[in-house]
Design a protein around this ligand. Structure first.
Ligand code: FAD
Length: 288
């Protein structure tokens, strides 16, 4: 499979990249290439030009600023999964990144590409949603920041405007007595998520649930925030019975996705099972 002809640009700065994207509307950003190149080879996409952002130093790396962790858009899954800073401040993200694809995919694929592509079967959208991440973006009209909950719009559709580049993902650092878990029911051949459950819980001094998050990949056309389940858990003892009851009563999957791999009904059932398991694992980790 051979892609249609395209021009290739490799800018050295974000400004140059924005300029190149502005000059030709049929230009696409190239990051790790592990989603874009396959779709170009299948001729499902045939952009006139690619702007390879892989050599822009300011887009790469992991740093702390204040109480948050900032991860540059071209930071790879391998770097995220193996970063001590990410494991300490956002272990959920490290756990999700470490489960993506195989080693080759983890060496090349980037957090920015994963999120911008917004494939419902990808692993990072639910993780950044559960972590209440802020997504920093630059484009022809300057910089702006979006919450993860505003970013994922629909199947492979985000709130990025034409010509915009996702530059960094900012995550509030974990504090207090908290725990998280990312559990994936994966397609056995590709490793993509038929269902990925991202859970976070924080406990107060008495061990009561102070806050909770539960989000899913793979079951809906875009990352699903099970906010009603989380709300039902706040103030509870987070016992197995409480978690089971909250998920059974409050987890609804609007329009669950069905395809040749799994029906919508089956995915919704997996979400119920994996949602409970992820919350219990997060609770156990929070309790230490
Ligand atoms: C064999 C295989 C198995 C895989 N398994 C999994 C899996 O288990 N879980 C999973 O989550 N993913 C999986 N993937 C997909 C992989 O994670 C991709 O890397 C990811 O979907 C896209 O990231 P990328 O950096 O490769 O982006 P690219 O492929 O370069 O780009 C993807 C899209 O995002 C846009 N884009 C990229 N970066 C930016 C940016 N900074 N700003 C704006 N737009 C941008 C591009 O223009 C393009 O439209 C798999 C891929 C393969 C080939």
């Amino acid at each position: 499979m051979i892609p249609a002809t395209f021009d290739y640009h490799r800018p050295g700065t974000i400004g140059e990249a924005v300029q190149l994207l502005q000059n030709n509307p049929d230009t696409k950003v190239l990051a790790g290439g592990h989603s874009l190149v396959p779709v170009m080879k299948m001729r499902l996409a045939a952009p006139d030009a690619l702007v390879d952002i892989g050599r822009i130093a300011e887009l790469r790396g992991i740093s702390h600023s204040g109480n948050s962790l900032r991860i540059g858009a071209t930071t790879t899954y391998f770097e995220i999964a193996n970063s001590d800073a990410v494991k300490a401040a956002a272990p959920l993200l490290a756990e999700a990144a470490g489960q993506i694809g195989d080693r080759q995919v983890r060496y090349r694929g980037t957090i920015g590409g994963n999120i911008s592509h917004a494939d419902p079967a990808s692993d990072l959208p639910a993780a950044v949603l559960a972590l209440n991440a802020t997504l920093h973006v630059v484009g022809p009209n300057g910089n702006r920041s979006l919450s993860a909950s505003d970013f994922f719009v629909d199947l492979m559709t985000t709130a990025l405007d034409p010509g915009e580049i996702l530059t960094a993902v900012e995550i509030p650092a974990a504090s207090g007595q908290s725990g998280s878990a990312y559990l994936k029911f994966e397609h056995p051949a590709s490793g993509y998520a038929l269902c990925g459950a991202a859970a976070l819980v924080a406990l107060d001094a008495s061990g009561t649930c102070a806050s909770a998050r539960l989000c899913f990949n793979g079951v809906n056309s875009y990352a699903l925030d099970a906010a009603d389940v989380a709300a039902a858990l706040v103030g509870s003892d987070l016992s197995d019975a409480t978690i089971n009851a909250a998920v059974d009563a409050h987890l609804t999957v609007p329009d669950p996705m069905g395809d040749m791999f799994a029906s919508g009904e089956y995915r919704a059932q997996i979400a119920n099972v994996y949602g409970k398991r992820a919350l219990k694992t997060a609770r156990d980790r929070a309790r230490g």
